[in-house]
Design a protein around this ligand. Structure first.
Ligand code: ZN
Length: 147
């Protein structure tokens, strides 16, 4: 089995059996974006505790790449500190830009690296990561306002 086949299998597994799919009752972060090119729509919700992502869920619909990527993203960031999470998002976005780097910390999300060769699909793969990035940014701005 080639690495490409293996990666394809990881992507289809996350698509068929998404991790952390659903909604949280009282999320600290809740944000949604869509990718009009493909019709993907993803909402990410997170509960934060002591500077960590205590729990995270995604919902929405779209192509296999967008949904699998959201599943991988939630699996990766769950339980991690916010600084780590930001670093992982940056690392993932760099990988999808085709930059050289060490992507082992991305775990199964490395399976999406090949998508970087298909510019029209990159937005599918990065959607969930942009949602979390922007959701966290807005949460921080809210916190800075004293909420
Ligand atoms: Zn898509």
């Amino acid at each position: 089995m080639s690495l490409g086949d293996l990666y394809q299998e990881v992507i289809m597994d996350h698509y068929a059996r998404p991790r952390n799919r659903g909604e949280l009752p009282a999320p600290d972060v809740s944000f949604e974006l869509h990718n009009p090119v493909c019709g993907d729509r993803i909402r990410v919700q997170a509960r934060l505790e002591d500077g960590r992502v205590a729990d995270v869920r995604f919902s929405g619909q779209g192509c296999s790449i967008s949904q699998a990527s959201a599943s991988m993203m939630t699996q990766l960031v769950k339980g991690k500190g916010l600084a780590d999470v930001r670093g992982l998002i940056e690392r993932f976005l760099a990988m999808m830009k085709g930059e050289a780097g060490d992507y082992k910390p991305l775990g199964e999300a490395q399976a999406l690296q090949g998508v970087a060769r298909f510019p029209v699909r990159i937005k599918c793969a990065t959607l969930a990561w942009h949602v979390l990035e922007e959701g966290l940014r807005r949460h921080e701005e809210g916190a800075a306002d004293g909420r």
